[in-house]
Design a protein around this ligand. Sequence first.
Ligand SMILES: [Zn+2]
Ligand SMILES: [Zn+2]
Length: 351
Amino acid sequence: MKAIELIGPGRVEVVEKDRPEPGEGEVLVRIKACAICTLERRLFTGEQAISYPIVFGHEVSGVVEKMGKGVLSDFQPGDPVVLDLLNRCGECLYCRTGRSNQCSNKFNPGLPILGGMAQFVARPAREVFAIDPEVGFLRASLTEPLSDCVHSLMRTHLSPEMKVLMIGAGTMGLLHLAIVKHYGMFCAVSDVNESKLAKASRFGADCVINAAKDDPVEAVQRAGFDAASIAIVTAPGKEAVEEAFRLIGTLGTIVLYSANPKGVKIELDPNFIHYKEITITGSEGRTEKDFHQAVSLQNSRGLMLEQLISGVFVLDEAQRALEVSLDPSLYRIIVAMDESAITEFETIGGA
Ligand SMILES: [Zn+2]
Ligand SMILES: [Zn+2]
């Protein structure tokens, strides 16, 4: 099979590898599409270290090719699936208490990591989720980032009357927006980039705020609310976090979704948190339950996720795909593992 190996900062190579065989309890998946996430971009630029060479990629859709012995799920060859490529030991405190996104052993040496940019991958059946064929392989490849947003929203006490403020209109901000609007809640989106805000409007935002030009407090008041019940910070930087603190209301929850460059510090007024009963939380990864819920959201087919796909490249153009994906004005770039995903892009359209 062909696979895309990261061989050093800024360089990937298409290599030939042995096709894996599914072991006991594993499913062999023929991969159709793998979207390029922030993690792959950081590994590609060298901003995040990893030992080379490595087959990276983790936002994956495909079809069941074959099952190993002992698979209990009712999979048939050809079934469309998405993969939750995350090691969970099942034995640590976090796994045992339903918080497997924090599994203490997920990065233990010797365990498989990533591996989505290949024509085949064999993984335990519990990481393989059947998905409605109507979703299509391109939109389906966005199930993993969608599940991270489900996890983030589940860190709050989401309720229909609440007003949500999304800071950042990149892929993760708009995936959060898609879920919030699916739940029928009010959602304002803030960014400093006009074209991203225009996209947020088309994607269903009730109000957009250009944080570089507008006074955010006045902007939300014009939109008919005084303060946010939930603020999700999907953009890095001190200013984004400070904006969340400015706009959060009594009993509100702030989710720090985005990672920040080292050294970013914020000043907090403990009395504001005390008197207003503000909750501040982070969000990291997803549990199996979050992934399952993301699949259900995808199957409901109301999310318009094709709007978050900026381009699709064939496997042999992987180097170019990675280079293009670094353009911050773009949404997801997807590597198609076979030609069918390219045809699909022409059918569903994209960003
Ligand atoms: Zn991802
Ligand atoms: Zn664990």
